[in-house]
Design a protein around this ligand. Structure first.
Ligand SMILES: [Zn+2]
Length: 139
């Protein structure tokens, strides 16, 4: 069995599947994918990924804030993250991490957010999904 350990089912371009997520998932299942981990990237899409996990028995999800989805000056709240992680189908934390490619000035905020996700992992024992990219080249 194959596991798609990192998919964004709420952001798929479904045009090639007749606009149907069911059809897209079936196409993957027919090719041997037996389980999907749908990755959260923001507070806004947490409800969406949880709804997908509730709708499909072979989909679980993660919740977290992608480093490029952070709002300027605003690290996520630990209480919010811990509350999201209470959901039985939220099996992992993230994606989180560091990515200075587009917004090197957001480094401090990204680091604070990454630390907070790691703190939630320590408290819950859930694994962390890390997005990482090399720093932007210096001019
Ligand atoms: Zn991703």
């Amino acid at each position: 069995m194959l596991v798609d350990s990192h998919c964004h089912l709420d952001r798929l371009d479904l045009a090639q599947h007749g606009g149907s997520l069911d059809a897209a998932l079936d196409a993957a299942r027919q090719r041997g994918v037996g389980h999907f981990l749908c990755i959260g990237v923001s507070a806004e899409n947490a409800a969406d990924v949880k709804a997908l996990a509730e709708r499909y028995a072979d989909v679980d999800c993660s919740v977290g804030i992608h480093p490029l989805d952070l709002k300027p000056g605003e690290a996520p709240a630990l209480d919010w993250l811990l509350d999201e992680l209470n959901h039985p189908r939220v099996v992992a934390i993230g994606e989180t991490g560091l990515d200075y490619h587009y917004e090197p000035e957001a480094a401090e905020l990204q680091q604070a957010s990454f630390r907070l996700h790691l703190q939630a992992a320590r408290q819950t024992g859930k694994p962390v999904i890390v997005h990482t990219r090399a720093p932007a080249p210096t001019p």
